[in-house]
Design a protein around this ligand. Structure first.
Ligand SMILES: [Zn+2]
Length: 262
């Protein structure tokens, strides 16, 4: 009799534990409202096939489960969450196992800020996005209006959030030097370094049509600036700089022509 009671108790505890565990591993459902925002405002998502769209949504969900998005003197809207997560996934979409191990939190500021993360002191603040260092390690800061403009304006070549995520990707090998060693296959290493050197010379000479001059500041900035351009206006970049475009396709393993014509 006592044995039966013990067995029953054991079965009950196991069932209880299993139910609890089942709840914990239940998948977060991707909200329909997120999908609407993606369909309306994220060109990259629109260029994907149906199964790839689903994979993109799953990657976004995983990202949002692990990285906090916090508004500093501003409210984080649904649109902001979608834009941050989409910017994170776009550059590494071809790398299925990529996780942002160097990021815990994204802070959204209501405006641009200073290099010291200051908002209000009456001065002009030129910074729209930043990847933290030192005590701010694991944190990214974005200007909320710049984040939104990156997707709402569909004709320019700027996307602040993609720019910052590309810096983070670049940083995973230890240095923000424009050489993303964790993405780049060895055979493209030298062609890519040569291309960067050439562009860093051509931009200040005014021979690099349409490329933001900020890209000439350093190799790291060049890589971030040109990646914004690549993911936002691939057609235009291909037309103006076909060789550069081709190398970026190799780095990010992304063939826009194929995805668009599918
Ligand atoms: Zn930068």
């Amino acid at each position: 009799m006592q044995t039966t009671a013990i067995i029953l108790l054991f079965v009950f505890i196991s069932w209880f534990y299993w139910q609890g565990r089942r709840k914990r591993v239940k998948k977060t459902i991707f909200p329909e409202s997120f999908r609407t925002i993606l369909e309306e405002k994220v060109i990259f998502y629109k260029s994907l096939s149906e199964p790839s769209r689903l994979a993109f949504e799953n990657r976004m969900t995983r990202f949002l489960d692990t990285v906090r998005i916090t508004g500093v003197h501003t409210i984080v809207e649904e649109e902001d969450k979608v834009f941050v997560a989409a910017s994170a996934i776009i550059p590494i979409f071809a790398f299925e196992n990529w996780e942002y191990i160097n990021l815990n939190e994204v802070l959204l500021y209501p405006n641009s800020f200073s290099e010291e993360f200051e908002l209000k002191d009456g001065k002009e603040h030129p910074v729209l996005g930043m990847v933290g260092n030192g005590p701010m390690q694991q944190v990214m800061i974005l200007s909320q209006p710049a984040l939104r403009q990156g997707f709402i304006n569909q004709t320019d070549k700027n996307n602040t959030a993609i720019h910052e995520f590309v810096h983070l990707i670049d940083k995973t090998d230890g240095s923000v030097d424009g050489i993303p060693e964790n993405l780049l296959s060895k055979q493209y290493l030298l062609p890519w370094i040569n291309m960067m050197h050439q562009m860093l010379k051509e931009i200040p000479e005014g021979n690099a049509t349409g490329i933001n001059p900020y890209g000439a500041t350093s190799q790291g900035e060049f890589f971030a600036v040109i990646s914004e351009y690549f993911f936002k206006r691939p057609d235009l970049l291909k037309y103006d700089h076909p060789e550069l475009y081709e190398l970026l396709e190799k780095i990010f393993r992304r063939d826009f022509n194929q995805s668009i014509s599918r």
